[in-house]
Structures are given as C-alpha cells and as structure tokens.
Write a protein that binds this ligand. Structure first.
Ligand code: G3I
Length: 367
C-alpha cells in the first residue's frame, strides 16, 4: 500500500475515533453505505412519535448528514443537555434560553415535536444555586420562578397553527435516588418539592404535558412501584401529572423482557402517558469485544425488535413515543460513562450507516 493511502486511512480512523460527543463533531459528511438497507423509515412505521436527542450546536453546525437523518427518520427531538437547569438558569432570576430557542425553532421549521428535558434534576443544578446563600424561602422562590419562566417562555413558541412546538417537559428527573446531590431540593423546599414543581409548571402552561422521568423503571428494583405510589398520591392531592418517562438505558440481558413487560404493565395501569424516553442498549458491558461481532449485533437487533413490540402493547392513547438517546454509536454518553470506547448502543454506526439494531427496531414497529 502506498504511504499516502496509509496516511489517509490513519487520519480517517483518527477522525472517527475522536468524534465523541456530537457537539464536537468534525466536518462529518460521510457517504453512507447502508448495510443493511431499511425498507421504510422509523417515523412512517409508527403511529406514535419517534425521537432522538440534539444539541443546538449540532443543529447549526457543519454536520449536515446528522440533520438529514434526523429529519428523515424522526419526528420528535429532545435536547441532550441544552435545556437542563444547569444550562439555562445562569444566575438568580437570570436565564439563557438561546440554545433552547435554537432547538425549538429548528423543530418549528422542520415540523418536529419537542419534548423538554429536564426542568429539575439534581445532576444539573447550577453551582450558584447549589451554594445559594439566601434563605430557604428565597431558594424556593428561585426554583419556582425558574420553572414558571422557563415553561412560559417555551410555550410561547408556536406553530403556524398556533400550537406550542414544545409539547411536554420532564418536570422532575430521577427523584428516587440516594445521590447526596439530590437532597438539596428536599432540604430547602421540603419533601413535597416534586409535587410543587409539577404544580408550578402547570400554572405556567395549562396545556403542556408534564412527565416524571427516571431510570431503572423496567427492572426488578422498587423504583417502578415508588413511581406508581407517587402518581397515586398526586391523584389524591390533585397534583397535575400527565406521563411517566421510562429512560430505558438497557443492555442485552438487563432487564429481561418479562420483568420489563411486567413493569410496563404496572406503569401503564396508572393510565398516564408512557414515554420510553432515553432508549439505548449496551452490548459490551463485560468489555470482552473490540469490534461488534455479528452475533452480538444480531442479539441487539432482536432485543430492539422486542422493545418496539413491547411498546405497542401500551394502549394507543397512552403512547407518548420512543426517544433514542443518541444517533451514532460514537455519540453515546455510555462511552464515557462505561469508560469503554468499544460500545455500540445505538441504531447507527460511527459513519451513520444503518445497523442491524435499526432493522430490528423497524421490524418491531412493523410487526
Ligand atoms: O460542554 C462541556 C465541555 O465544554 C467540556 O469541555 C467537557 C469536559 O468534561 O464537558 C462538557 O459537558 C459535558 C456535557 O455532557 C456535554 O458533552 C458534561 O461534562 C457531561 O457531564 C454531560 O453529560 C451529560 C449527562 O447527562 C449529564 O448532564 C450527557 O451528555 C447526557 O447524555 C446525560 O443524559 C442523562 C439524561 O439527561 C438523564 N438521564 C440519564 C442520562 C445519561 O446520564
């Protein structure tokens, strides 16, 4: 092989391996060689929205292929990070909605739905609020002001038919946790802070759908039951809530389909909307692989198919949609979180090629 060819291959490999988060994308404009070739798009195969995550940077950057694929396959978007408290609530009574605005306006221009994520999450509290020196009452007033201002702000961005582009918010994310960072809301607002956040959001917008979002809701732990208890309490004390987000960060074995299905049943029996809100599927938890083998790819294909089939067991009126937590494998948060570059959790490979996982999910939708 000629030296120049070698160099080209090495540079191309480096570009792919360094791509990391979609925010840092180099000028990716690949000519995909779709193997296998899907026979339909995701969004036309489902009677509920199919979403993916975005960042403002990626919606305006040079990676035009991302946007082409997004618009082709998906009809709902969620900000991976740009619409979290840490990104928007920059100081007391001070907000930066610029990236959120860019995302919602992109959705408006392209006929997509926006699911807002996430108003209150202990992992995204801005430092100034974490270390807030004011009284508890002042702390609560800040959080209340933030929720009301943010919800009202995005509700005002309308389609030409006069409907809000942003349909829904994860109002509180991951309340059921032992993470010490979460205690600040309990400590400073009180044990009813979750209920208060939902009430403030509803006061700001009578129509927006309000979700509680959490992980491990499909597993054997007690979380799903805790969420059901919370929803029942909300119903009793008339706290507004419209839906439950099951994050669905799953892997090939966990949770098994029976447990997952039982938990979906438990949650759908609340009568609320159900959102599979952050779907991805780790395939190399044991770090035994350095390339995605055909057998592991097929196992992922089959489980994605079963996830789509399972979602369709939810009554139509309760299907809020399925949102994937990333486009290409190399975009996934799991690569950092699991500290493993050899992880392939999503529907597209690093070059935006369709994976067997995509075909499996599509088969499940069309099943
Ligand atoms: O933007 C900065 C960059 O300027 C800086 O150089 C770099 C150095 O670490 O950090 C960058 O910020 C990172 C950000 O992602 C953007 O890439 C943060 O450190 C990192 O913590 C952040 O991680 C996000 C994580 O939530 C925490 O907010 C992940 O992208 C995002 O996928 C993840 O999503 C969460 C959901 O919101 C809630 N459910 C769980 C899910 C996975 O953790």
């Amino acid at each position: 092989m000629k030296l120049t060819n070698c160099l080209t291959i090495i540079i191309a490999a480096l570009l792919i391996s360094c791509s990391g988060s979609g925010d840092d994308d180099p000028n990716v404009s690949p000519t995909p060689t779709p193997t296998p070739t899907p026979t339909a798009t995701l969004k036309e195969s489902a009677n509920f929205p199919i979403g993916n995550i975005v960042s403002a940077n990626r919606l305006s950057g040079t990676d035009t292929y991302f946007r082409t694929l997004l618009n082709k396959e998906f009809n709902s978007i969620t900000a991976e990070n740009d619409m979290k408290m840490g990104a928007m609530f920059v100081g007391p009574d001070t907000y930066d909605f610029s990236k959120g605005d860019a995302i919602v306006n992109y959705a408006k221009a392209n006929g997509l739905r926006v699911h807002g994520h996430a108003l209150v999450w202990h992992a995204s509290i801005p430092n100034w609020l974490k270390n807030y020196a004011g009284t508890d009452a002042e702390f609560e007033a800040q959080v209340k002001g933030y929720i009301k201002t943010t919800v009202a702000h995005f509700a005002a961005i309308k389609t030409t038919e006069g409907k809000s582009v942003l349909e829904s918010w994860d109002v509180v994310n991951e309340h059921f946790t032992n993470d010490a960072a979460a205690a600040v809301f309990n400590t400073r607002i009180g044990s009813d802070y979750v209920s208060k956040c939902f009430t403030w959001a509803r006061e700001a917008d009578a129509d927006v759908k309000l979700f509680y979002n959490d992980y491990n809701l499909g597993s054997t732990g007690s979380k799903a039951a805790q969420v059901v208890d919370m929803v029942n309490t909300f119903k009793t004390n008339l706290t507004p809530i419209d839906g439950i987000g099951m994050q669905m960060h799953i892997d090939l074995e966990y949770p098994d389909l029976t447990t997952l299905s039982n938990n979906v049943t438990m949650l759908k029996n609340t009568g609320l909307l159900i959102h599979f809100s952050e779907l991805d599927m780790s395939v190399n938890k044991d770090k035994s692989l350095t390339t995605l083998t055909a057998s592991r790819a097929n196992a992922q294909k089959e489980k994605y198919k079963q996830v789509a089939i399972l979602y369709k067991t939810i009554p139509e009126a309760q299907r809020f949609g399925i949102t994937f937590w990333g486009m290409r494998d190399t975009d996934s948060w799991l690569i950092n979180f699991l500290n493993n570059p050899n992880e392939w959790p999503l529907l597209f490979d690093s070059n935006y090629n369709y994976k067997q996982a995509f075909i499996g999910f599509l088969d499940g939708l069309n099943n």
